[in-house]
Ligand binder design. Structure first.
Ligand code: CMC
Length: 431
């Protein structure tokens, strides 16, 4: 059967333009408008609310039903039965690894956890109080200066080694950001540890003691990493794809993703949640802040509530909520004033008509912020943890795009609303 078409009739044309309708394996159909520019017209969709920018087989989201699948596996199953490194393998290779593949992958990652000693000198160029995301943008981009031997993006082996290096080095760099900001020595990775154990080890251990990370916290961090590993074409992933479409090297593209993630509407939300909880300060002030968030003349929003895609619930938030309770109970922090504010806020917002009607539910960052805070990770490091988790998603999307046939630079158009062509005015005649 021939592909179905949508017909578009422009006001000044008699013939309809036929636009193919494409169907993926799941999710809504899309109208392929890529031939429209041949007719001298473009579509207009600021914020890309109605636009699919690419084909992808990595992640599927159904925002209405609250479904998130990676290569067909539900996020709930992955969070319950898998671990972050296995999810990395899945996102990169398309299948869960068998025992041998898993061991080889882990070995390869561990082989790349160190960063070049020269790179550690970069940190000294930053102020100690620099925002760690600012430092991450710099040092991740700088990785491209160290691997000139493997930057041929057309070579699959080069692409693979870049992916491994990025996934392996992100925890080391993230921990270095933290250690630098508090004036402690950098802690080298330990390859006897799991990925998440190693992250907590490099973040919190000091050469003068041998404390091992608490297993409950290791599990919680691993869940946070799994839940943030990928989320299809969000702002930062789209940024990575856009940067990559020009042929830029993967380290530069991931640095671009980090910058896009930084904003409070995206990865900066968990940091913003904590700042908001501090600002609210006491359960008795919650009502005032709820009212402010509804006031059209007030820019205040309840951070950690709402999502561009999930309009009923965020499946990641369900898992995080459970982990949040486990961590606070392990650390005996259920009476923590910030946690009490968070629970009350969650309760009130879930019953409030404004939030119900606008389908604003606590999202993953609402709970991850509370967990990271309880673990002792400073607020300004939250988005760094998100960026290290999302690196695998970014690199999986970058690889998918680069290895597909017919790569061409992404170049959106615009609806120009500026001045029409006008004569130049010499200085003496200007107002
Ligand atoms: N508090 C109060 N009102 C809100 C909120 C909020 N958090 N979020 C949306 N609204 C209102 C908004 O004012 C608008 O009202 P109206 O229809 O009267 O103009 C309506 O809900 C729709 O908002 P929108 O901005 O058009 O929705 P969006 O889909 O563009 O925005 C969002 C999604 C996540 C940017 C937004 O909900 C928000 O700013 N949330 C707080 C920040 C946050 O938690 N971000 C993390 C997202 S999860 C992490 C990730 O995946 O990156």
């Amino acid at each position: 059967m021939a592909d179905p078409f949508a017909k578009l009739i422009l006001p000044d044309q008699k013939e309809a333009i036929q636009l193919p309708i494409k169907e993926g394996s799941l999710g809504p159909k899309v109208i392929d408008i890529s031939s429209l520019s041949n007719h001298g017209i473009f579509t207009y969709d600021p914020g890309f609310r109605s636009t699919a920018s690419c084909d992808s087989n990595i992640t599927f989201i159904d925002g209405d039903l609250g479904i998130l699948l990676h290569q067909g596996y539900s996020i709930e199953d992955l969070a319950d039965h898998s671990d972050y490194l296995e999810v990395c393998y899945l996102l990169l290779q398309g299948e869960l690894p068998n025992a041998q593949q898993r061991a080889i992958f882990e070995h390869k990652i561990k082989n790349h956890t160190l960063v070049h000693e020269q790179l550690s000198k970069f940190f000294n160029g930053f102020r100690r109080d620099a925002h760690p995301m600012a430092v991450m943008c710099g040092v991740v981009g700088a990785l491209s200066a160290f691997y000139h031997d493997s930057l041929d993006i057309k070579n699959p082996e080069h692409r693979e080694i870049c992916a491994l290096r990025l996934i392996a080095k992100m925890p080391t760099l993230a921990a270095m950001c933290h250690k630098y900001s508090i004036g402690q020595p950098f802690v080298y990775p330990r390859n006897s540890m799991t990925y998440s154990e190693n992250l907590l080890h490099m973040m919190f251990s000091v050469p003068s003691n041998d404390d091992l990370p608490n297993p409950v916290l290791v599990k919680a961090i691993d869940k946070i990493l799994i839940l943030h590993a990928d989320h299809e074409q969000n702002a930062s992933t789209s940024t990575v794809r856009l940067a990559g479409s020009s042929g830029a090297n993967p380290f530069a593209c991931i640095a671009a993703g980090i910058t896009a993630l930084w904003g409070p509407a995206h990865g900066g939300a968990n940091e913003a949640v904590l700042k908001m909880l501090h600002e609210i300060g006491d359960v008795k002030h919650i009502g005032k802040y709820i009212e402010r968030s509804k006031d059209k003349n007030d820019t205040f929003r309840l951070m950690g509530f709402g999502h561009r895609v999930y309009k009923n619930f965020d499946p990641r938030a369900k898992v995080m909520r459970q982990t949040c309770h486990e961590v606070l109970s392990e650390l005996n922090k259920q009476d923590d004033p910030l946690f009490k504010i968070a629970l009350k806020l969650e309760e009130i917002a879930l019953q409030d008509d404004y939030f119900i009607q606008k389908k604003l539910y606590p999202n993953v960052d609402f709970y991850s912020g509370i967990i990271l805070n309880a673990i002792g990770i400073p607020t300004n490091m939250f988005t760094v943890i998100f960026s290290l988790a999302r690196t695998v998603g970014w690199i999986a999307h970058w690889t998918e795009m680069i290895s597909a046939p017919g790569l061409s630079i992404s170049r959106p158009r615009q609806l120009y609303t500026g001045e029409k062509n006008r004569p130049f005015i010499a200085m003496q005649y200007r107002d």
